[in-house]
Design a protein. Structure first.
Lengths: 324, 324
């Protein structure tokens, strides 16, 4: 199981390969939120999302003999790119299983990072079964997107940085809003903050109608989403919280927050205008929660993770025309 | 005159107020350029450009008695915002003189940072005369956008960071491409690199038809632009290099590079797609030089400063529809 020592070991193995993203702010966003808002822009991470951290953590921890046979992953896109680049930088093959309806730019990018992409139908095919078969045939190591302790440890390095940067900014008490799909980033950050900055409490952010984590936190047991597609926040749509991640979330996180698609798109546009960062809708739900759900927040300062930036340019252009 | 001690003193006075922007890269950009390209994204700096550094440096260095009367600046927008926020954070008034045709977002932002904005006509009015009169009337200290040693020292902190980050990345020899208007950023970076990383050589980047610096470097004396407006790269259009900055540029910089407007817009779109950063056209000319003017470059690695991100969203949406 992931603990603070594993997270610190993951950071050691990264050794400068991941960007230490800054903590950003804007008086314009503070005014909208009615409180101090700090943003951790993991969209600026290599491959455009925090997923590079988990991918690197998992690939770098493999025994060389095992690693050289290659790795396999399934992902709506960001984990795909993270694992693909991590494998490529280690000089080993990567096979990525992606849903056929993933944004085109994510499929193209994954291929461009040198991975072999296998497409599947999100509604009718079982990605786990496809992954298991391919792993066995080729001797590939499966790198799960969130229910994998080494991946959680890699994502937890975001939490180590937040703990340090909050301290530098003089912030001892704050809610840390994290865009939550399967819970890998959220659980990693929560574990890091538990050890390093206990005054910082994690809250999850999700799109409405896909708020399995918020409902699971409320009921105390794993709840599923009714639909598995149909959200513009594709990056963070998962059937349910992970079996490994959920107990961590349950122990360490406050109540979950669900935002509308329009709120996510408005947050994306505000991040463009005020922070000069490109955030995808699913990566903007935590900022949307910070800006538009103040009545559900308790602290004077909040820290929102902008988790990814792999948005199709047509979606951004459309949102700019509507909300800028 | 600005020297390395002044630049280091400026960094001391900043004391965490400015973001230490990361050094970014993308294999996609390396492939286009045919060499390693590192990007210093100062568009992520507070107020959306490096100008906050110079503004902070100048305001923070004033005697308290002088500072409390307030400051005045003229600017097409980015210097305006940098000085406005620096003054606001010091709790002193700022008057900003801006051209009437500056992008609307820059005028609005400058007002929102608490400054009083005075508009003038770029073609028919003398901004220096307006500034001098107002300074005298109210006892304001004029903060020039580039021909001011304390401002150059503040911008030079970008160079200190580049020197450190290039060393961390194992890069000893590279050309450092800097978007150049009046030469404040360029001369500050050049002075910092001369002292801290002599293997890094500064090259200037400008839009074609407004390449006064490149022509001045070629002839060895200050040359003027024929036009003073009409470029989409509004942020870096100045009549001529500064009297203080030009001797520094002449001593330390290689030949200047001029890029087309289309190249600047394409670089802006590639920065959006591949780095997830929002760069304005004038802030993208150095990246454009790195990507599209390889035949004018000499080193295997280049570092391009993305100097500002205050672009109107309509311009970005239009560029995305054309070039993404």
């Amino acid at each position: 199981m992931t603990d603070i020592a594993m997270i610190e070991a993951a950071r050691q193995r990264m050794n400068g390969e991941a960007i230490r993203t800054p903590l950003m702010s804007s008086p314009f966003l503070d005014e909208i939120a009615g409180r101090k808002v700090l943003i951790k822009p993991e969209c600026l991470q290599r491959t455009g999302s925090f997923k590079f951290r988990g991918g690197w953590s998992a690939v770098s921890a493999l025994e060389p003999e095992v690693r050289k046979r290659g790795v396999i992953a399934f992902s709506s896109g960001n984990h795909a790119q993270g694992v693909a680049l991590a494998a490529s930088l280690h000089g080993v093959p990567a096979v990525i299983i992606m849903p056929r309806d993933a944004p085109k730019i994510k499929i193209e990018n994954t291929r461009a990072y040198g991975a072999e992409v296998v497409l599947y139908d999100r509604a009718n095919e079982d990605r786990d079964a496809i992954g298991a078969t391919l792993s066995e045939e080729r001797g590939l190591t499966l790198i799960r997107p969130y229910d994998e302790p080494l991946v959680i440890a890699g994502q937890g390095t975001v939490g180590l940085e937040i703990a340090e940067q909050a301290q530098e900014a003089g912030i001892e008490k704050a809610e840390v809003l994290v865009c939550c799909g399967g819970g890998g980033l959220t659980s990693g950050v929560a574990l890091a903050l538990e050890a390093k900055a206990p005054g910082l409490k994690v809250r999850t952010a999700e799109p409405e109608h896909f708020d399995d984590v918020a409902r699971s936190l409320a009921s105390g047991k794993i709840e599923r989403n009714a639909a598995l597609s149909g959200s513009i926040c594709d990056a963070i749509i998962t059937p349910q919280p992970g079996n490994i991640t959920f107990p961590i979330l349950k122990r360490l996180c406050g109540a979950g927050i669900a935002v509308t698609e329009e709120e996510a798109l408005r947050a994306m546009v505000l991040a463009f205008q005020r922070l000069k960062i490109v955030v995808e809708p699913g990566g903007a739900v935590a900022l949307a929660a910070a800006l538009f759900h103040g009545n559900e927040l308790e602290t004077d300062s909040v820290i929102a993770v902008a988790s990814g930036g792999n948005v199709d340019s047509a979606i951004m252009a459309d949102a700019l025309s509507k909300y800028a």
